[in-house]
Design a protein around this ligand. Structure first.
Ligand code: FAD
Length: 475
């Protein structure tokens, strides 16, 4: 019996025969995540993800046993959550074993007094929310991919939901993790995240994209499900005024869960389509929420006053309510992009000092990188605001790329390279919440500089056999 056969039997001994898939089945189920190139490669019959085996554990001890087995035989491991990542991180490019965490979906406990919850890594965000809402609770992490994205995948990719401006990115939701290290130990990080008991180990796992081991469960923060929501929408003749309105809202301590400033292209195309109303100016959609109606109203009124001071033109708040109702629709069929299109997002972050230069440099570079015959469209918005800056989400689409996969990839890579390098040059970081994956790995050195050596040393110490997601994050 060859190595794969030996592993298959050993894995079946750990998780049961029904929870192990051989290569023929695994290569269909785990052929690609949602990275455009991974989808295109599958479409061309050359999938980038080629696991030799896939396994679906249901307990932490099983995960640890799988990891120890992989170490014994020096076989690569790739954790898999919902497979919704858009950067290619979950693809088993070096073969080996895919560990699908969706066998671990339990809510282990809820502390109604502290508003915290221990939840297993494989539960999808939408399903978690569905369990919490009837109790008047919310996880408040609402990625557009909530249907697929798991808790573990959100932590691993350092994700963000549409309410992040008030409730925070995933790193703010996570208090501690249960972690199977790359050598198979089960570790629980300190369950109180605000401490002076040394460095914060939990955060080492956030954004590690599986390279530092497997998150099997997390203790996360919950919130009360908001009782009141108020929308406010403004158009600006000049985008800079919209950015300045956002800056004043954030720096004076207002907390809109949603604040999305669409540039003129995104307003006229994506937003106008969502709200079924013609829009021809940069448009700011805001939502305020909370327990106390007076406070929610007051926050919305003050934010609206700041917008008016910057010549914002008030639009019907019903636009915001409609946007909220339809916020996920355009990510799914029949609206989601399909082959032979090329699509992708460059989501970069910058402080207020650099944000407008980053916007101009990035969008100009993306447009310039694509020959005009390909009719590139680019819709950009600012969302996920912070007290010091904001994210720029530049969504590009080429309706039909070159026929040959290599040529289509070359065009995609050229556009991404131009956008990412321009953003870096103008003072941004390469990503806000989609992670690095295969797509941005070439830019990690430029992003981290000498810091890369520290990351590589941490990786070498934690994963001496280099089994976890080899090559990912440029580690
Ligand atoms: C239509 C659409 C909309 C999207 N909208 C958003 C959005 O609004 N916000 C956002 O942040 N992202 C969004 N994304 C991207 C994607 O959903 C996120 O990156 C998400 O966090 C990935 O979760 P997942 O469970 O699918 O992880 P996967 O794609 O399966 O894996 C992502 C990475 O995490 C690793 N991993 C997975 N689980 C674990 C674990 N338990 N332990 C250790 N490593 C693990 C994998 O190895 C891989 O490196 C969107 C994607 C799509 C397709």
């Amino acid at each position: 019996m060859g190595l794969v056969g030996t592993l298959r039997d050993a894995l079946a001994g750990i998780v049961g025969d029904a929870n192990v898939m051989a290569a023929d089945e695994a290569r269909v189920h785990y052929a690609n995540d949602q990275y455009w190139y991974a989808i295109a490669a599958t479409g061309a019959g050359q999938p980038v993800s080629r696991p030799d085996l896939a396994v679906r554990p249901s307990r932490t001890e099983q995960v640890a046993a799988i990891v120890r087995l992989a170490n014994e035989h020096r076989v690569p491991i790739t954790p898999w959550g919902g497979g919704s990542g858009v950067q290619g991180a979950a693809n088993a490019t070096e073969g080996g074993i895919v560990v699908d965490l969706r066998g671990m979906q339990r809510v282990r406990s809820i502390d109604q007094k502290s508003l915290t919850c221990i939840v297993e890594a494989g539960l999808a965000c939408r399903d978690f929310e569905a369990q919490l809402n009837p109790m008047g609770l919310s996880f408040t992490h609402y990625p557009a991919s909530a249907e697929w994205a798991t808790i573990g995948g959100s932590i691993a990719a350092r994700g963000s939901g549409v309410l992040s401006t008030k409730y925070g990115k995933i790193e703010e939701h996570v208090l501690s993790v249960e972690w199977v290290t790359p050598t198979g130990e089960i570790v629980n990080t300190p369950n109180v995240p605000r401490h002076a008991a040394g460095p914060e180990l939990t955060q080492l796992l956030v954004g590690a994209e599986g390279t530092f081991g497997i998150v099997t469960a997390a203790n996360v923060k919950l919130h009360l499900l908001p009782k009141h929501r108020v929308f406010s929408v403004f158009a600006f003749a000049n985008q800079s005024d919209g950015v300045e309105a956002g800056r004043r809202i954030m720096t004076t301590g207002l907390k809109p869960p949603v604040m999305r400033l669409y540039d003129v292209h995104a307003a006229a195309h994506s937003l106008a389509r969502a709200v079924e109303m013609p829009l021809d100016k940069p448009t700011l959609v805001m939502m305020f929420d909370g327990e106390y109606p007076e406070l929610v109203e007051l926050e919305a009124q003050i934010a609206s006053k700041l917008c008016r001071e910057l010549n914002g033109i008030e639009l019907p708040p019903s636009i915001g309510a409609l946007w909220w109702d339809r916020r996920y629709v355009f990510y799914y069929p029949p609206y989601a992009p399909e082959l032979p299109s090329i699509w992708g997002t460059i989501d970069v972050v910058a402080d207020f000092e650099h944000i407008e230069t980053v916007y101009t440099a990035t969008t100009t570079a993306i447009r310039a990188a694509c020959p005009t015959e390909y009719n590139l469209s680019l819709n950009t918005h600012f969302s996920h605001w912070y007290e010091w800056g904001s994210m720029i989400y530049a969504r590009m689409k080429v309706p039909k790329g070159p026929d040959r996969l290599e040529d289509a990839k070359a065009l995609h890579d050229r556009i991404i390279k131009a956008g990412v390098e321009a953003a870096l040059e103008a003072g941004a970081v390469i990503n806000d919440h989609h992670g690095v994956g295969m797509r941005l790995a070439p830019y990690m050195q430029a992003q981290y500089g000498d810091g890369m050596l520290a990351l590589q040393r941490i990786k070498a110490a934690l994963d001496p056999n280099d089994l976890f997601c080899p090559g990912k994050l440029s580690l």
